[in-house]
Design a protein around this ligand. Structure first.
Ligand code: ADP
Length: 491
């Protein structure tokens, strides 16, 4: 254990893998608590019971003393009951809030008129469940805007309860692009009317209230998922309007890079891939996986020439427009192949469709979400492309490193913290890193990667460097433990 004392941690999140996932938050929420529990801490988790969660598969059990609880949010009263299950592979209890009127919708997020209520209820329900358990956690760890009201609730609505007298709150920002901004007239419905003076007054005057901003103001510590992103979001270019409040709280803003769950993302044990491999048989392993992937996707397996891979949400954040021109040129003139997995904005989907039609022997675009295919691409590809406009942490570049798939990344956020530019002279470095957000930068990185690929000794060294990196939760989780311990002993 990083610190001696065992801590109690209430972890609240809108998505937790494998129950419900849209992105990296779910991966972190599904892994960090397992590490914390393995170090002897008492971790209990709270999330909504969305209708798409398979209650039989996950053996959800009703919690007798958490039935028919009512919470008033302004003029409305919501009733809920709680089910519990274990986070797979651990003894961590995950409590799911069953409030069908709010959570029985087709998706995790809805954008509907009552989105603020859905997540205000989650935050309140987590706190009220702790009360009924007689459990005053050392730490409430909340995540993103959805649960960012936990700190202000603790300091207002539940301030009377001595159970929480020593509780501290941590808010992790996984992506500042999502802020939970709502019209100011929802304030009474959050149960915060009598605490209005504590909200950000300028926003209220402008007719808005922001969940994330409120969390940043009242959390005891704000973390984000890489050191570089922690610095970036305090600037106008990346803060998306929250840079001011983050600067105001800069002493409490901390960056901790996400860990990787190497139980799931490990080429030596991965059950999704056709041939497992490790650092000593990476070339053979990747060749076998390449054959299998290309044949499954209906592409000819022309030996030689690197396979490029993309697995991504297709949104502006991921900056894939930088690849359009350079990739088209490379596919036209060079012996390269490309496999893309992702779904999102039509401008990206349309482009990758067009590339596939233009180069049917060289490109496969799979539109959709496919966990197995994501693993197969990591195992088969030689080079992974991640030219993000901004990237709070990013996981795929770390998966790529472990799979011997050399990442090309832009120097931003977590990408800057986890991939080092390869220096052929010293043999140090793990990938190709470009600085400016333009296609010239990406074209340079691609060209450099392709010419390095043609030098087998250098490529071998580069690939080994990446495979030896360790971003396990054992390492990254210890940083959270130190942070919690410092907070818990701060009085
Ligand atoms: P973000 O959270 O911004 O989407 P990350 O790199 O932090 O980006 O995490 C993305 C996670 O989602 C990874 O586990 C990645 O493999 C997965 N992912 C993204 N798109 C797809 C897809 N189309 N199919 C399968 N997995 C995907």
């Amino acid at each position: 254990m990083a610190e001696e004392r065992s801590l109690s941690i209430c972890f609240v999140a809108s998505e937790i893998a494998p129950f419900a996932k849209t992105g990296g938050l779910a991966d972190v929420a599904g892994a960090l608590p397992i590490h914390l529990a393995s170090q002897g801490h008492d971790v209990r988790m709270f999330m909504p019971l969305y209708s798409k969660i398979d209650s039989e598969k996950f053996a959800l059990t009703p919690v007798e003393f958490l039935r028919d609880i009512q919470i008033r949010l302004g003029s409305q009263v919501f009733g809920f009951s709680v089910f519990v299950t274990k986070l797979p592979g651990s003894e961590v209890d995950v409590y799911m809030i069953n409030c069908p009127s709010l959570y029985h919708r087709p998706g995790i997020y809805t954008g509907e008129w009552d989105e603020h209520l859905r997540f205000a209820l989650l935050s309140r329900a987590a706190i009220e469940c702790c009360q009924r358990m007689g459990w005053g956690p050392d730490i409430f760890h909340c995540n993103d805007w959805h649960t960012a009201l936990v700190p202000i609730y603790l300091k207002t609505v539940y301030q009377w309860d001595r159970l929480f007298a020593n509780s501290k709150s941590v808010l992790t920002i996984h992506n500042i692009a999502y802020q939970g901004l709502f019209p100011a007239d929802v304030v009474p419905n959050l149960g915060l009317e009598e605490h209005r003076h504590l909200l950000f007054q300028q926003d209220l005057e402008a007719g808005a209230v922001g969940f994330l901003k409120t969390g940043i103001l009242y959390a005891d510590v704000v973390t984000t998922v890489s050191r570089t992103y922690a610095r970036e979001i305090q600037t106008e270019a990346f803060g998306m309007g929250l840079e001011g409040v983050l600067q105001q709280r800069r002493r409490t803003v901390v960056g901790i890079v996400n860990g990787v769950d190497y139980e799931i993302w490990n080429p030596q044990t991965d059950t999704y891939i056709s041939q497992t491999y490790g650092i000593d048989d990476v070339a053979e392993g990747k060749a076998a996986n390449r054959r299998d992937l290309l044949s499954q996707l209906g592409l000819p397996n022309d030996e030689g020439g690197p396979l490029l891979g993309i697995v991504s949400r297709l949104t502006a954040q991921k900056g894939l427009e930088l690849t359009f021109e350079p990739l088209t040129q490379a596919l036209r003139y060079l012996n390269v192949r490309l496999v893309v997995l992702g779904t999102g904005e039509s401008r990206y989907e349309d482009h990758f469709h067009w590339l596939q039609q233009t180069f049917p022997q060289k490109v496969c675009y799979y539109r959709g979400y496919n966990e197995a295919l994501a693993h197969m691409i990591e195992a088969a590809a030689d080079i992974f492309l991640m030219p993000s406009r901004f990237e709070p942490c990013g996981l795929n570049q770390m998966y790529s490193l472990r799979y011997g798939t050399v990442p090309i990344v832009r120097k931003t956020g977590g990408l800057a913290d986890t991939v080092q530019l390869f220096d052929p002279a010293s043999g140090e470095g793990t990938g190709f890193v470009f600085e400016h957000f333009d296609s010239t930068g990406f074209a340079w990185a691609l060209k450099t990667a392709l010419s390095t690929y043609r030098k087998p000794e250098l490529w071998e060294r580069l690939r080994r460097n990446g495979m030896q990196e360790d971003f396990s939760w054992q390492r990254q989780g210890a940083e959270y433990e130190r942070l919690y311990a410092r907070l818990a002993s701060s009085g």
